[in-house]
Design a protein around this ligand. Structure first.
Ligand SMILES: [Zn+2]
Ligand SMILES: [Zn+2]
Length: 98
């Protein structure tokens, strides 16, 4: 991993869960999810990542956790690509005011 990638991942995680943010739960500690959409068998780059809390990432169960079922997750919270776009906008916003 390059220094740039490492920096980006730490910035993504530092945003807090993007779904919790949209639900108005405030800043929930997040881990990084590499998006699946459009990747085929290859892993997404470290720049195609979203911050998700444990519940929204892995442990929340069907309809809540991304890895419990992508379709149900996206029906509830928006698609991976929408959330990726939003993550980028939030980071851009921080850069603009830094
Ligand atoms: Zn969350
Ligand atoms: Zn993931």
């Amino acid at each position: 991993m390059t220094a740039n990638e490492r920096l980006h991942l730490s910035r993504v995680a530092a945003l807090g869960c993007i779904v919790c943010r949209n639900l108005g739960y405030g800043m929930t500690p997040a881990e990084v999810h590499h998006i699946r959409t459009g990747q085929g068998l290859k892993r997404a780059s470290h720049f195609e990542t979203l911050p998700l809390c444990h519940a929204h990432h892995r442990t929340g169960g069907y309809g809540v956790a991304f890895h419990a079922g992508k379709e149900a997750f996206e029906a509830n919270y928006g698609t991976e690509l929408e959330l990726l776009q939003q993550t980028r906008e939030v980071i851009d916003e921080i850069d603009r005011y830094a």
